[in-house]
Ligand binder design. Structure first.
Ligand SMILES: NC(=O)c1ccc[n+]([C@@H]2O[C@H](COP(=O)([O-])OP(=O)(O)OC[C@H]3O[C@@H](n4cnc5c(N)ncnc54)[C@H](O)[C@@H]3O)[C@@H](O)[C@H]2O)c1
Length: 319
């Protein structure tokens, strides 16, 4: 029997899939502190990982560990170098984690472009008439340009939604061939700055790496249009939060939608929490009935497939 640690609770559909399989004995670990992980995890053959950071110091103690199944596709919360050097497999939920995030990005674009929170608030607060005579900053998406940075699973889902709104799509992803981008209706952009200059909307769907950390800072925002909006649902740290706040306050850009933060939950003194020009969500791009269930099932299925020597190649980061 294999011992599986479920690090951070996930949807019951995934937990029950493992629990009803006689090959596995599961334990849910809800205390994600380093002290707790370092004391509990050495006992397990496999780990499912939602939130919680598993660094090399923890992994060194996990002598029985054979596989980590990440609940999600980003894996910046685990030491991939250690896993590779020690032949511990890492699997992700590759095919279930793109539809909801792409819809979340589209929702943020629509909400910000139509000042929706302001409208909702004005009706509730008796400002129905007043809002009618305001100068409107809301804008149509028709004939605008979006720059999608990162054209992987989410970027490829997002492009269809943008084209449906007659938005012209520019793509910056040095690792994706021009022909693939064009076949899906986009235009490949070879320099980030060139795309930033043209875009009315910027959406980021890249992993957090040394190259993407602080990819969008004040200098980059200054290249953009004053009317531009930025959406980040990928990872905190890809946009510099302090710079974003400054750019919004000083009208360097118009608005932003932020789902992910450098520190989660964001600290109370994070200036973005008080800034009305930014729409916020709590790392919630996958929080739908469908996606939470599907991701948990796939996380569990990856564990089952691993121990049955039947891994789906699409899920593999390291095998
Ligand atoms: N907010 C959420 O709940 C949520 C949900 C799912 C994914 N995510 C995040 O979104 C990211 C993207 O997800 P995905 O499934 O599309 O990943 P993916 O791996 O399918 O695609 C990422 C793309 O980014 C490109 N890329 C890498 N480095 C780049 C760079 N420096 N410049 C431009 N492009 C670069 C890659 O070539 C790839 O095409 C994930 O890494 C994860 O961090 C967040």
């Amino acid at each position: 029997m294999y011992k599986i640690a479920i690090v951070d609770k996930m949807h019951e559909d995934g937990i029950s899939l493992l629990e009803k399989n006689s090959k596995f004995k599961c334990e849910i670990i809800e205390d994600l502190s380093k002290e707790n992980l370092i004391s509990k995890l050495p006992d397990f053959d496999g780990i499912t990982l939602r939130r919680g950071k598993i660094d090399a110091e923890i992994l060194e103690k996990c002598k029985k560990l054979k596989v980590i199944s990440r609940h999600g596709v980003g894996y910046d919360n685990v030491d991939i170098k250690f896993l590779k050097e020690n032949k511990i497999s890492l699997l992700v939920t590759a095919t279930t984690t793109s539809t909801s995030p792409a819809e979340h990005i589209m929702f943020m674009i629509l909400n910000i472009s139509r000042s929706f929170n302001l409208f909702d608030e004005s009706v509730r607060n008796g400002k129905f008439d007043k809002i009618m005579h305001m100068k409107h900053n809301s804008f149509e998406l028709f004939n605008k340009k979006i720059l999608i940075v990162g054209f992987g699973r989410i970027g490829k889902k997002l492009i269809k939604k943008c084209l449906g709104f007659d938005i012209e799509v520019l793509v910056y992803d040095p690792f994706v061939d021009k022909k693939i981008i064009e076949s899906l209706g986009g235009k490949k952009i070879n320099s980030l700055d060139e795309g930033l200059k043209e875009a009315h909307i910027l959406s980021l769907s890249v992993p957090l790496t040394k190259d993407t950390h602080n990819m969008i800072n004040l200098e980059k925002m200054k290249i953009m249009k004053k009317t531009a909006i930025i959406i980040n649902t990928s990872r905190g740290g890809i946009i510099n939060e302090k710079d974003l706040n400054t750019a919004l306050d000083t009208e360097i850009i118009y608005g932003a939608g932020i789902d992910v933060f450098e520190k989660e939950p964001p600290e109370e003194n994070n200036p973005l929490l008080k800034n009305k020009k930014v729409l916020l969500s709590p790392h919630a791009a996958t929080f739908t009935r469908e996606c939470t269930s599907d991701m948990a099932i796939q996380t569990a299925q990856n564990i089952i497939d691993f121990f049955e020597n039947n891994v789906n190649k699409l899920m593999v980061v390291n095998l």
